[in-house]
Design a protein around this ligand. Structure first.
Ligand code: HEM
Length: 298
């Protein structure tokens, strides 16, 4: 999705948006990091990727939340209600895509979908499915890596000190944050043939879960796997982006966002203090937070 050239072109916009968000935060007063930073930054990023009208950007977060939340999270009550909101997503995005199909040359995701041979005539439900994959793919995951990083740096303050002393550790710290947090706990597959794993045979046709959350804490691969270490030598071997043909398409965008965020954070604050218990999102799939109360120290 995002080749190195497209990414380099995006970097100044992302950095500016990160800076604007951080400059608007209160110093010395508690606030919810998830809402003010994690959600805001990923929402702005998604709007940038889709070239979605900036003032309507919160719709993207809403559609993502609706698509992924179970009923008991309280965002929707009946299946019809949920469908109605997702239909709104489909109609707004179809409108925008149809406009873009008249204008060649756009580099945003909707223009790409409008002009590519393989996607321009997708039936509506398939178009919606692809949109939701992109919206959800780019939303909860990065959001929760942003929150998870702050939490990890608080549990292991010496790791934050290491970053302060040497900013060249940031890219590796980003990989370690994504390993430690594992924003998506698993993906599902169906076996196409008998396979042997750990001395057990899984027959063909079985539905299996690949627990990234478990693989990322495998002591045979990661020494002291439960600990967060910004200079962990093999942090990049994590499985948080999946593996194989369906490996995450947005991994570089996500890493770039996190790298720029930590650079700009270190520029401004001596400490990002977690001042209350984090509240976990209700999901066995998305490993994340709805609240993370923090206080910034200048
Ligand atoms: C830290 C952030 C992220 C994490 C942990 C993450 C994780 C994942 C995982 C586990 C998969 C499934 C891989 C598989 O089934 O083998 C995936 C797929 C995908 N991700 Fe991400 N993702 C992140 C950020 C993003 C971003 C920013 C975008 C786009 C804006 C994105 C778009 C996608 C898409 C479109 C797919 C489907 C790929 C396919 O099925 O071929 N992701 N991601």
């Amino acid at each position: 999705m995002a080749g190195p050239r497209n990414l380099a072109a995006l970097a100044p916009t992302i950095r500016q948006r990160v800076a604007d968000i951080l400059d608007g935060l209160p110093v010395g007063e508690p606030f919810n990091w998830v809402e003010r930073v994690s959600i805001e930054l990923t929402t702005q990023m998604l709007a940038t990727l889709f070239d979605f009208p900036f003032e309507e950007r919160y719709k993207l977060t809403r559609w993502s939340d609706i698509a992924i939340s179970p009923r008991k999270a309280g965002l929707w009550d009946t299946v019809e209600e949920r469908e109605r909101e997702l239909d709104e997503c489909l109609s707004r995005m179809t409108e925008l895509r149809d406009e873009r199909s008249q204008k060649p040359g756009g580099h945003d995701l909707l223009s790409m979908l409008a002009h590519s041979e393989s996607t321009r005539n997708m039936p509506p439900r398939q178009f919606l499915g692809n949109l939701l994959l992109l919206i959800v793919g780019g939303n909860d995951t990065t959001r929760n890596s942003i929150s998870g990083g702050v939490l990890a740096m608080n549990r292991w303050p010496e790791e934050f000190e290491k970053l302060k002393a040497d900013r060249s550790k940031i890219p590796n710290a980003v990989a370690e944050i994504i390993r430690w947090q594992t924003p998506l706990a698993f993906m599902r597959r169906t076996t196409t043939e008998d396979v042997e794993v750990g001395g057990k045979t899984i027959p063909a046709g079985e539905r299996v879960l690949m627990w990234y959350a478990s693989g990322n804490r495998d002591e045979n691969v990661f020494e002291n796997a439960d600990l967060f270490r910004v200079d962990r030598g093999n942090a990049r071997q994590h499985l948080s982006f999946g593996f194989g043909v369906h490996r995450c398409m947005g991994n570089r965008v996500a890493e770039l966002q996190l790298k720029l965020l930590w650079e700009e954070l270190l520029e401004r604050y001596s400490r990002i203090e977690v001042v209350g218990a984090p509240v976990r999102a209700i999901s066995n799939f998305v490993r994340g937070y709805t609240h993370l109360p923090v206080k910034l120290h200048a």
